[in-house]
Write a protein that binds this ligand. Structure first.
Ligand SMILES: [Zn+2]
Ligand SMILES: [Zn+2]
Length: 331
């Protein structure tokens, strides 16, 4: 049996604390050490000390994904303990020095049709922490590996959708599942837009990946989900069903709007979120693109690009002469 301990680590982000997990079976393993700022470091060290563990007792650090609330302290902890950090190769890429988060997504932001001043607002809404960098001892994984412990094991599962290289850890003997940000109790994880590493001009089909991963999760023998934020999830099947339902409803809503309108992603985003600002706009556009790309791939919605901006309409709608003709669908 695995001995699992949750350590709540503060973050400077609206999401609140992040959950770090200590697996206190040899070799001791820490999942997601938290963000790189003094309060978090202190909370992590105190949390470990309360469990009778010093950083030097750890044998490995595992990252569910590269977002700074989860992984900022990884490099520091890895150096301090002299241990490797396990991370998916697609997330490792985003933790290399010089990685340009917005640079890789600028084409998509422009395709969304957002006004220049809104783009400026996004850039000006800077992260309170520096982009984390992981350039020490790293073990790249891709999913399918098994981490062995005295008295248990964790399978590494590649579960993209929130991040392209997101991994979850599955204790197939006891039904524990570390979900990172893949599945949370109180929040629907954002399907963050991401360039396809094989072709940077295309977005990864993040919602297709997410829904496929959720369906895979349904087939596992789950007892308890230990998420990256908030409470543990006991009613695992209901929680998975809720996440699927959320996206199905949103897909329906987006599809319905496009019966009457021929809109770009920014216009669709403003319909759902009229007031949001700064980085929230980036997340809003990410979410809308996830749904639009899914609908386009399924043939329900047609995409037409004009002067670098993508416009969307319901398949079979927006005929010549209807009221949306001037809004961008037709040249
Ligand atoms: Zn995340
Ligand atoms: Zn998170």
């Amino acid at each position: 049996m695995l001995n699992i301990y949750k350590i709540k680590i503060p973050t400077p982000y609206p999401v609140g604390p992040v959950n770090s997990y200590l697996i206190k079976n040899r070799p001791y393993t820490l999942v997601d050490p938290g963000p790189d700022y003094p309060e978090a470091k202190e909370a992590l060290l105190e949390g470990l000390a309360a469990l009778g563990v010093a950083p030097a007792d750890l044998a490995r650090v595992v990252l569910t994904h590269s977002h700074s609330d989860h992984c900022g302290l990884a490099r520091w902890l890895s150096d301090k303990a002299g241990v490797p950090v396990y991370v998916h190769r697609l997330e490792r890429r985003k933790l290399m020095p010089g990685y340009e988060y917005y640079g890789e997504r600028l084409l998509f932001l422009r395709q969304s049709g957002l006004p220049g001043e809104v783009l400026e607002e996004i850039f000006e809404d800077t992260d309170p922490l520096e982009m984390p960098v992981l350039n020490g001892w790293v073990e790249e994984v891709q999913g399918g590996e098994v981490l062995g412990f005295e008295g248990g094991a964790l399978s590494i599962l590649h579960m993209p959708g929130h991040a392209g290289g997101h991994i979850c850890l599955y204790d197939f003997q006891q039904g524990n599942f570390f979900s990172g940000d893949f599945l949370l109790q109180e929040i629907t994880p954002n399907p963050v837009m991401e360039a396809d590493p094989a072709d940077a001009s295309r977005r990864l089909p993040v919602l297709t990946q997410y829904l496929d991963s959720l369906r895979l999760l349904k087939t596992l023998d789950l007892r308890l989900i230990w998420p990256g934020h908030g409470q543990n999830i006991e009613n695992t099947m209901e929680s998975i069903a809720r996440a699927i339902r959320h996206h199905e409803r949103r897909l329906e809503a987006v599809s319905k709007i496009l019966e009457e309108n021929c809109w770009n992603a920014y216009q669709v985003m403003r319909y759902f979120y009229p007031k949001i600002k700064g980085f929230q706009v980036f997340l809003g556009i990410s979410e809308v693109f996830a749904h639009l790309d899914y609908l386009v791939a399924g043939g329900q919605v047609i995409r037409e690009d004009r002067q670098g901006i993508s416009y969307y309409r319901k398949a079979g709608s927006c005929r010549t002469g209807d009221k949306t003709e001037t809004s961008g669908c037709h040249r």
